[in-house]
Design a protein around this ligand. Structure first.
Ligand code: NAI
Ligand code: MG
Length: 363
């Protein structure tokens, strides 16, 4: 029988990004070994803020071409206190998302067994909170247009231009409706701020209702982003699939992660649905300078992202394998092997080893 090889570009980045990427590779290798139908071949890229401080660049000029040779990208985190965050973000992660046409960012949120939501309504029934946030990942508020005039003067003017294209909105809406349709509740909530922002957000609303016509079996509704934060806290069970702009979904998904127990468990997939470019998988958290180097980072968000990478690479053939990785993670949290952000007392290495052991058992 033939073993399929997936070429992975690993970009550990900064701080706990390096710790959790190493942990994720350990878990991925264990999964491949036990499954037997595929293996991973990694190229490690040392693109980070540390490298930038030493040599003056994050990515080499042919960086995108190097990434393009891979089936997927596994990303840790980028950013460090000695480099302004807009430089680190705009030198690495944002250009990759844009150049690789990763116009969808998928962010699932659930309460894992053995963990606790700060919401009292979720404590008796954790299934109350089970969401997928679909974030527009290529334009909107993070399009990068704008400029600064009269810099370093009392009269400085800066503009930040949000870009909303019909093509960009339509494709994210279609992806969101397809996602909602594939879930048991078939329910989609669209978020904008079309009362105060009367152009781009109004186009979002318009295209949402147009695309909705193609999905009569998906129940859909619309929320303003401010009211959405209240609904997420007070009525988590009323939500299922959520679609929002780059900025809004960035913020709402951090809130979602906190409501599910910790930002340390939250995964994300940056997808190019056309599959012309490699997609990128990363936990949603950053480099966490406050805990970096201590070996205590929660690797669960990194493992969950790894499971989503396996699902994506398998194109339907490895869903069972990805589900088994999730089962292994959940068995470990249920048994109380958790890092301190989840009120546990295990370290990164202990959680990683426990998940690897559990992978051996669930298969
Ligand atoms: P952060 O996510 O790094 O940390 C926020 C808080 O959550 C910290 O107290 C941290 O200790 C905790 N935390 C995060 N991940 C954790 C984990 N896996 N286990 C346990 N605790 C965890 O966000 P922050 O502090 O705003 O940003 C730090 C740096 O990371 C900045 O330079 C920022 O620009 C960058 N960043 C990068 C991202 C990326 O690469 N996609 C995303 C978010 C931030
Ligand atoms: Mg964020």
């Amino acid at each position: 029988s033939s073993t399929q090889t997936f070429k992975i570009a690993a970009i550990p980045g900064d701080g706990i990004g390096t710790e959790i990427t190493q942990a994720a590779i350990q878990v991925l290798d264990k999964l491949a070994e036990v499954d037997g139908s595929f293996k991973f071949e990694y190229t490690n890229f040392d693109w980070s803020s540390k490298a930038y401080k030493e040599r003056g660049w994050y990515m080499p000029p042919d960086g995108m071409a190097q990434l393009q040779k891979h089936d997927a990208i596994y990303f840790g985190a980028v950013g460090w206190p000695d480099v302004p965050d807009h430089i680190s973000l705009w030198s690495l992660i944002l250009p990759i998302r844009k150049d690789m046409n990763q116009y969808v960012n998928v962010r699932p949120t659930r309460i894992l067994p053995g963990t606790r939501s700060p919401l009292s309504s979720c404590q008796s029934d954790p299934s109350t909170l089970d969401w997928i946030i679909i974030r527009e990942n290529s334009e909107g508020e993070y399009a990068g247009q704008g400029g600064t005039t009269h810099e370093n003067s009392p009269h400085t003017i800066a503009t930040e231009l949000a870009i909303f294209s019909r093509v960009g909105i339509e494709r994210i809406m279609r992806f969101a409706f397809e996602t909602a349709k594939a879930r048991p509740r078939k329910k989609l909530t669209m978020v904008t701020k079309s009362n105060a922002q009367r152009h781009g957000m109004v186009l979002w609303d318009k295209v949402f209702y147009e695309v909705a016509e193609e999905y009569p079996d998906v129940e859909h509704d619309k929320m303003l982003v401010d009211a959405m934060t209240v609904r997420m806290v007070n009525n988590p069970e009323s939500l299922d699939t959520i679609v929002a702009t780059n900025l809004h979904a960035d913020i709402l998904s951090d809130l979602a992660a906190a409501l599910s127990g910790s930002i340390g468990i939250a995964p994300s997939s940056n997808l190019d649905p056309t599959r012309k470019h490699p997609s990128m998988f990363e936990p949603i958290h950053g480099s966490a300078p406050d805990i970096a180097g201590k070996g205590v980072a929660n690797p669960v968000g990194a493992f969950w992202s790894a499971a989503e990478m396996v699902r994506w690479l398998g194109q339907g053939k490895l869903d069972g394998t990805a589900d088994k990785l999730m089962q292994a993670i959940e068995n470990v949290t249920k048994a109380g092997v958790k890092t301190r952000d989840l009120a546990g007392n295990s370290n990164t290495k202990e959680v990683t080893e426990a998940v690897c052991r559990e992978i051996g058992i669930v298969f």
